[in-house]
Write a protein of this length. Structure first.
Length: 128
């Protein structure tokens, strides 16, 4: 197993432990009241219901299609808990993408600085 993959696994374990510790200390339960407590989340639910019922109330004009569709599927199949798992997976995915992009940019900058230092010291030797 390569080093980057191992670090990614440990990063996921670390953030999952942090996430569940915070969630455990909040002493709340996953429910529709929690998952749809903000006006924005209510609008996304209304948008997904518009798409499902083919009705027009206006939310589908201002909101995208794909995310409300995913909300609709996960909420209808698994309820609020399914939507909570979906949000958790999106959060983990964003952490992984952020880690990989930072790791790649740091490696590139390290490689560039190594190449520049090698070129800086070897170029005068080749010009003689």
């Amino acid at each position: 197993m390569n080093n980057k993959f191992r670090r990614l696994i440990w990063l996921n374990i670390f953030w999952l432990v942090i996430y569940f510790l915070v969630f455990w200390n909040l002493k709340i339960h996953v429910s529709d009241a929690i998952m749809f407590s903000t006006p924005d989340s209510k609008e996304y639910l209304a948008t997904s219901n518009e798409f499902f019922k083919f009705s027009e109330t206006g939310h589908s004009i201002t909101r995208p299609f794909f995310y409300p569709f995913i909300i609709l599927i996960s909420h209808n199949l698994f309820g609020a808990f399914g939507l909570w798992i979906l949000q958790l997976l999106c959060w983990i995915t964003s952490i992984n993408l952020l880690f990989l992009s930072i790791n790649q940019s740091i490696n590139q900058s390290i490689n560039q600085s190594i190449n520049q230092s090698i070129n800086q010291y070897t170029y005068p030797l080749t010009c003689q």
